[in-house]
Design a protein around this ligand. Sequence first.
Ligand code: NAD
Ligand code: UFG
Length: 338
Amino acid sequence: MAILITGGCGYIGSHTCIEMLDAGYDIVVIDNYYNSKPEALRRVKEISGKEFPFYECDIRDAEGLRKVFSAHKIEAVIHFAGLKAVGESVREPLMYYDNNVAGTVVLCQVMAEMGCKRIIFSSSATVYGTGNPSPLKEEMPTGAVTNPYGRTKFMIEGILADLCVSDPEWSAVLLRYFNPIGAHESGHIGEDPNGIPNNLMPYISQVAIGKLQKLSVFGDDYDTPDGTGVRDYIHVVDLARGHVKAVGYALEHNGVEAINLGTGVGYSVLDLVNAFKSANSVDVPYAIAPRRDGDVATCYSDPAKAAALLGWKAEKNVEDMCRDTWRWQSQNPKGYDE
Ligand code: NAD
Ligand code: UFG
């Protein structure tokens, strides 16, 4: 019996592979390398000291998926595969609906056909949209999203919920991630964004290493303690461990559950810049810039449901997140391209 990990070569997927292997699970990984490189899984094998099967396969390729499900007894699927760039989704909405939504439909069709009805899905705090106050709780209304990427997450949550209603054998855990940052403490795997990063932490670390000149802080006039945006940053290894717990839960329970994975604590942009500087004794030049379209002032989780249902809570602090990001960045200035 094995767990299939789609998109397992990516940032969160590669860290989850390690935690799943450490927890004693057999895994099978698929990825189409759209946003990742084979080197990531080579390093996962090196760190874990374990081998596992990998298939270069697109989740929209039903025939390819059938081969994987026929070759292995798959008990459950952790489904990371998807596109995640908010700005790109505004420019290329059909690409996002095709890859994320249609891809998930094909995956679920093949799963049902092959008798595997347990899925852990990578959702996002973005489904809470603009109308809810933090701390965000799972029972709050969702769907007031501000871009096509967020809409794919909202739509897929609905599709998986419908599936669980239609057939009581299905189990779907919708994990709503807050802001994953950090890297494996070995410094051998981490986030390797293409081009100029969109997200705060990879931007900070590329400024610190001198690849980028200075950070633009998007707005200092929000209604927050220092005026800059507040987010719930979570260490990617904590997040990965949340998936291990979610697999255990999905193997024991049917039906659908949405669960936040966050720390419950908010840090501002300047808090994170200062934490990074002091954890790593590096400079991070920045300048205040206009607000970025679509950003909310404050977004952090209520993590109580994850504690109650999964017995999981984040254990690493912001200093760990900053130190581990820097170890990865400084040991791999070109990411996996060495
Ligand atoms: P990532 O891009 O590093 O990983 C996604 C992986 O999926 C990549 O390796 C990519 O090549 C693969 N992939 C994409 N489309 C595919 C397809 N059609 N078939 C097969 N493989 C495909 O991203 P990540 O940060 O690891 O995110 C993983 C998941 O978590 C995504 O679904 C993302 O939307 C979600 N998520 C991420 C964040 C974040 O801030 N990183 C926040 C909330 C949710
Ligand atoms: N920020 C800057 N400068 C930058 C980049 C970001 O000031 O160069 C600020 C943003 O304005 C925001 C904070 O840093 O206040 C965090 O921004 P990120 O882009 O790192 O993260 P977001 O919270 O905007 O978005 C993330 C994921 C999305 C996901 C969302 C869910 O990238 O995929 O969380 O809330 F949908």
